[in-house]
Design a protein around this ligand. Structure first.
Ligand code: PLP
Length: 389
């Protein structure tokens, strides 16, 4: 028999494992660590939502749903998208309920990319984008959003990256890891490039509920963009439901039909009880979401202000629950900073370079932790920075 690794596909064999995991594993073996590394809410899902899942089980809803998800849930998603983001989707043909936003990203890319098609990936970005493009047979083309622009991509940068093979631009606002939020006019600039070169946009709007200073603008609501936009979203972040594995994707009918083929063969449907829970979240969850949003906003203000006081320059993130301070003044690489901070002060942050080359010189800190933990973490970060600067 050949070596076992010889059986692994070349495409998968060449993928690097997620850099975030390495730090989680390091931190997991240590005592007294404050983790600012995890990208998930520190709230437990609202009780009424949990209760809806319990009821679903009690009533014996233990079988498959329609491939695209329960019609009642798709109707609620349609209503939600219109109410929140002013964009209309037909529940029966333009919405698919997925296993997290993660699966939505996967089926979206697989549905539109042919071998060799290029997808523009704006860095720094969520770690799965480039690997998903590669696994879909496409070629990720990296474009770097820059610190001096508060990590807002400039349309001219996108235009420079467009080639004959470009098919789609992957966009994420608010962004993981920078927290950067794009305004309506900034989205319009990107939309103009997409229209000019007849490109699709995959708009990852998973953090759309967690926006603190302005109204959220969805790419699909920009004039003429709904027909070329695939919106990926879900319940994980805004509704504090990461473990439920429930997301959704909204897209023009033809693209939805293509995604549904992959979804029905590869996944069948999202978990039934989680779908019942999501109906409750959309029907009655907005009050709890608002409370969580207020709480994140307070913590964002405190955390970013304190980082700046420590001397770590940090733009004010408009959304999500990440701060992305510059650690350049320490003279350390982002990996060295994260590793030494963990060993010396037991605070876990994520090195910026795991989100792409333009993340170097920064670390991602999630402020979805209690105020006490944030205070203690900041004290330790301050001591660490003082010890090396
Ligand atoms: N998109 C972004 C930008 C994320 O940060 C995450 C999770 O961290 C996801 C998608 C995946 O979300 P889900 O848990 O719904 O699969």
């Amino acid at each position: 028999m050949k070596q076992k690794t010889a059986y692994v596909s070349k495409t998968v064999g060449q993928l690097k494992p997620s850099g975030i995991r390495r730090f989680f594993d390091l931190a997991a073996g240590m005592e007294g660590v404050i983790s600012l590394g995890v990208g998930e809410p520190d709230f437990v899902t609202s009780w009424s939502v949990r209760e809806a899942a319990i009821l679903s089980l009690e009533q014996g809803y233990t079988s498959y749903t329609a491939n695209a998800g329960l019609l009642e849930l798709r109707e609620e998603i349609s209503y939600y998208m219109e109410k929140q983001f002013e964009v209309r989707y037909a529940p029966d043909s333009e919405i698919i309920v997925t296993v997290g936003a993660s699966q939505a990203l996967d089926i979206a890319l697989r549905a539109v990319l042919d071998p060799g098609d290029e997808a523009i990936v704006i860095e720094p970005c969520f770690v799965s984008y480039a690997p998903l493009v590669t696994m879909a047979g496409g070629v990720p083309v990296h474009v770097q959003s820059l610190k001096e622009n508060d990590f807002k991509i400039q349309p001219s940068q996108l235009e420079e990256a467009v080639t004959e093979r470009t098919k789609i631009i992957m966009l994420c606002s608010p962004n993981n890891p920078t927290g950067t939020l794009l305004s309506k006019s900034e989205l319009e600039g990107i939309a103009a490039i997409a229209e000019k070169y007849d490109l699709l946009v995959l708009s990852d709007e998973i953090y759309a509920e967690l926006v603190y200073d302005e109204k959220y603008a969805s790419m699909a609501a920009i004039s003429h963009m709904q027909e070329r936009t695939i919106v990926v979203s879900g319940f994980s972040k805004g509704f504090a439901m990461t473990g439920w594995r429930l997301g959704f994707v909204c897209a023009p009918e033809e693209i939805c039909a293509a995604m549904l083929k992959i979804h029905q063969y590869a996944m069948m449907c999202a978990p039934t009880m989680a779908q019942h829970a999501a109906i409750e979240a959309l029907k009655n969850g907005s009050g709890d979401v608002e409370e969580m949003r207020k709480s994140y906003r307070r913590r964002r203000n405190y955390f970013v202000h304190s980082l700046t006081e420590i001397g770590l320059e940090c733009h004010v993130p408009g959304g999500a629950f990440y701060a992305f301070p510059s650690i350049e003044k320490t003279g350390l690489s982002s990996e060295q900073f994260a590793e030494q901070l963990l060993i010396m002060e037991k605070v876990a942050v994520v090195p910026g370079n795991v989100f792409g080359d333009s993340g170097e010189g920064h670390v991602r800190c999630s402020y979805a932790s209690s105020m006490e933990q944030l205070q203690e973490a900041l004290k330790r970060i301050n001591r660490f920075v003082d010890s090396i600067c």
